[in-house]
Write a protein that binds this ligand. Structure first.
Ligand code: SF4
Length: 185
């Protein structure tokens, strides 16, 4: 496949996501960036739920993300909490209302249905997309964000997941989350 064809496919899929966002009745009150921030916060780990990490992940300006986070807080969808060790640092948590909202809208139904129809080929597609992302992360200077279980620092200690970078134990569900400190294995 040529890069142009692949780029066209990605663009089309992205615009379908935007349409989904705009037309979904439960998302009518939220701007696409606010939905993206909520989805990211539902998928990231405890090292990655800061305003700066949201800004880096979305690739937008600090001001734009800051306004969106304020709007989400005002709507009762996120809450701030102070870091236990560094009191200057703030973490963002989804509220129960936000978790309920995301559970009923994400992933988009049209995407789930299409992947189901693809059967086993959907697994291949996931692996190939993962390879593509890692290839880009290896060769370009882009923020690291990636899945914990595929990170080069990911270890097992005493039968439980462990982060070799922070030297802290991880909970089992953490291994399926996105981390800002991720590095390609
Ligand atoms: S193992 Fe890697 S991805 Fe997982 S928490 Fe540590 S730095 Fe983050």
């Amino acid at each position: 496949m040529t890069a142009t064809t692949f780029f066209d496919l990605l663009e089309r899929l992205t615009s379908l996501m935007r349409i989904w966002n705009r037309q979904h009745p439960l998302l009518a009150e939220l701007q696409p960036i606010q939905v993206s921030a909520l989805i990211y916060l539902s998928r990231c780990n405890r090292y990655s739920n800061t305003p700066l990490a949201v800004t880096e992940y979305l690739g937008l300006t600090k001001g734009t993300v800051s306004q969106s986070l304020k709007a989400l807080e005002a709507k009762g969808l996120i809450e701030k909490s102070q870091d236990q060790r560094d009191r200057r640092s703030v973490h963002l948590e989804l509220t129960a209302l936000a978790r309920e909202l995301l559970a009923s809208v994400a992933p988009p139904q049209f995407l789930s249905a299409a992947l189901e129809q693809m059967g086993e080929r959907a697994q291949d597609l996931e692996a190939l997309f993962g390879d593509l992302l890692r290839q880009i992360q290896r060769s370009e200077d882009v923020p690291g964000f990636g899945l914990c279980r595929t990170c080069r620092f990911h270890q097992q200690r005493d039968g439980a997941p462990f982060c070799g970078l922070t030297q802290e134990p991880l909970r089992q569900p953490d291994v399926e989350l996105i981390c800002r400190e991720y590095q390609v294995a």
